[in-house]
Design a protein around this ligand. Structure first.
Ligand code: 5GP
Length: 207
């Protein structure tokens, strides 16, 4: 079968645990390439430039937009976030699946440009659990937590744009589920046109 690289968008409410989930997925399955976004947000304690994000100034971000160096970007609670084009294109060309951990506006932009992309939405089991995780993380002020929860209300309205919703209640099971959904996407008929053509061609000898 064809094994072209696909884009996999993983979105989820802030506090859905998708960061931890991505880490687990990358550790378990080395074939995936995780895109590192550029952001104008300040690094949190423990975050390293070039690992979690490329932390850039607003001017540098603006320049990236002008130079068409981002495949998508969005504003999220006062900061800008965007996906650098070069890494994604190189990895896809090398046949690797590229994971984008981005929010919903970006996900919609990706769908327009890459119709074969897989859009996954990760959610905690309940709204209560979401709030508990956001507060428990202890990295944001009360104000920012409130803004992120309000944003979750908006995002919940747009979930239908995604292909699958994945409940993140148990890390190991959820990691496996993501992997299986990505595998399933590779088997979609639409992505196997060349392979189908080849089989059809070969079958002709029997007619
Ligand atoms: P955080 O500040 O918690 O790291 O990220 C805030 C939100 O921005 C999350 O929903 C995250 O998925 C999203 N995000 C991170 N990088 C990008 C990006 O490159 N593009 C878009 N559209 N959203 C992003």
């Amino acid at each position: 079968m064809n094994r072209k690289g696909i884009l996999v968008v993983v979105s989820g409410f802030s506090g859905s645990g998708k960061g931890t989930l991505m880490k687990a997925l990358m550790e378990k399955y080395q074939q995936y390439a995780l895109s590192i976004s550029a952001t104008t947000r300040q690094p949190r304690a423990g975050e390293v430039d070039g690992r979690e994000y490329f932390f850039v100034s607003r001017e540098a971000f603006q320049k990236m937009i002008e130079e068409n160096a981002l495949i998508e970007y969005a504003q999220y609670v006062e900061n800008y976030y965007g996906t650098p084009r070069e890494y994604v294109e190189k990895q896809l060309a090398a046949g690797r699946d590229v994971i984008l951990e981005i929010e919903i506006q970006g996900a919609l932009r990706i769908r327009e440009q890459y119709p074969d992309a897989l859009l996954l939405f990760v959610t905690p089991p309940s709204a209560e659990e979401l709030k508990r995780r956001l507060i428990g993380r202890g990295t944001e002020s009360e104000e920012v937590i409130e803004a992120r929860l309000r944003r979750a209300v908006e995002e919940a309205e747009g979930v239908e744009a995604y292909d699958y919703i994945v409940v993140n209640d148990q890390l190991e099971a959820c990691t496996e589920r993501l992997h299986q959904l990505i595998e399933a996407q590779h088997s979609r008929i639409g992505l196997q046109k060349d392979f189908l053509d080849q089989i059809r061609q070969e079958l002709k000898q029997f007619s």
